[in-house]
Design a protein around this ligand. Structure first.
Ligand code: NAI
Ligand code: MG
Length: 357
């Protein structure tokens, strides 16, 4: 029987509550699909600061880099807000992505049918089905470029530099094309090539890589137009690939189309199959400890882990289907509750998914 080593980074706030439910679901999936999972725990974020003084202890990174995959709850909270910037919980998050060499951030924006009413978009705009995969470059571009302050014409100024190397664009392009190949064979690359030189390079490289993927229909959009199209006609998108900053903004926009932050999963991948999986939401300090957090984003992140790191496609599909079933049966945590549905807490929601597996 195959065994997988998974590191759990429960983190802060609701992190431990939602990771517990996701582990229950993974264990059930393992039982049913005949593999085993060995867990190791490590510290990240505020809890790591409390226990070791730093948000990303060396030991955590070592464990993660030896694992088959990593499952993260969320980090941060008011308790650590007065920490200096480089020693905040969120710095641990950037550190682990960089330390694991994860340069591709995958964020599905998807609407489960029973939750259509939660979307801020009207039904006719959503259409029959909505399932977009945003692929954001995660370790290059303006967030990692030269920055600083200087005097310009006698007045104080600041600058940040957008820069991409050819290999950086090539590797993210391949991730996106490979995904498109496994999905709807459609890829939209988003840039600002009418203004930015870095975007012109981006587009050149995308076009070159596209020659290896002639079965994928490639299109290009300027980022401002893409922002518009996402709320005007989101159904036109299957896989979208873009730079770090554009992806930061567009993936938040795309995720909000689905209306509920408690439902959205993510994966961060590098060159091998090892990946980091986490819900896109934060540590929700306002509801932490109350047992009412929605565990589905984390559970769906486990499904992504099975799909992208562990190659357990059937188990991945089964979890997606179990989540859809629980929603069909009308069960809702408070964040997605609407009149006429059945309100349940975190643990019950986790158990319902387990039961439906
Ligand atoms: P947040 O995502 O934690 O919360 C925003 C709102 O959504 C809150 O009202 C919260 O109760 C609700 N919410 C979030 N997840 C939910 C869930 N699973 N079920 C039900 N309701 C949920 O964002 P916020 O408040 O801006 O940040 C709180 C802390 O989390 C901060 O310290 C922030 O830096 C950190 N954060 C961490 C992230 C991560 O670990 N990847 C990502 C975003 C924020
Ligand atoms: Mg963001």
């Amino acid at each position: 029987m195959k065994n997988y080593n998974i590191v759990l980074l429960r983190g802060d706030g609701i992190g431990p509550e939602i990771v517990t439910e996701a582990v229950k679901v993974l264990n059930r999936a393992a039982e049913k699909h005949q593999f085993t999972v060995t867990y190791d725990e490590a510290l990240l974020g505020g809890i790591a600061i409390d226990e070791t003084g730093v948000p990303l202890p060396e030991e955590t990174l070592q464990k993660c880099n030896a694992a088959d995959a990593v499952l993260l709850g969320a980090v941060g909270g008011p308790k650590w807000e007065s920490q200096p910037g480089n020693n905040r919980p969120e710095a641990g998050l950037l550190g682990i992505r960089a330390g694991m060499g994860l340069y591709a951030n995958l964020r599905p924006a998807r609407i489960f049918k029973p939750l259509r009413d939660a979307s801020p978009l009207k039904g006719d705009i959503i259409g029959e089905e909505l399932d977009i995969m945003m692929v954001r470059e995660l370790t290059g571009g303006i967030y990692f470029g030269d920055r600083g302050r200087k005097m310009v014409k006698g007045v104080p100024a600041a600058f940040d530099t957008e820069m991409y190397t050819v290999p950086e664009v090539e590797r993210i392009a391949r991730v996106a094309f490979n995904l498109a190949r496994k999905r709807g064979h459609k890829l939209c690359s988003v840039d600002k090539a009418n203004v930015l030189e870095s975007s012109r390079l981006w587009r050149e490289v995308i076009l070159r890589v596209a020659k290896e993927y002639e079965d994928v229909e490639l299109s290009h959009l300027y980022v401002d137009n893409c922002a518009m199209q996402l709320v005007r006609n989101p159904g036109q998108f299957d896989v979208v690939v873009t730079s770090n900053m554009f992806g930061d903004i567009l993936s938040d926009e795309a995720s909000m189309i689905s209306g509920s932050i408690g439902m959205l999963a993510s994966a961060s991948l590098g060159d091998g199959t090892r990946g980091l999986y986490e819900p896109i939401h934060g540590s929700a300090p306002d509801i932490a400890g109350q047992g009412i957090a929605n565990p589905l984003a984390t559970i769906l992140s486990v499904a992504m882990m099975l799909r992208f790191s562990l190659d357990e496609m059937e188990a991945a599909d089964a979890i997606d289907a179990a989540v859809a079933k629980v929603l069909d049966q009308g069960y809702r945590t408070p964040d997605i509750y609407t009149e006429g549905t059945k309100k349940v807490d975190t643990v019950t929601m986790g158990q319902l998914v387990v039961d439906n597996l």
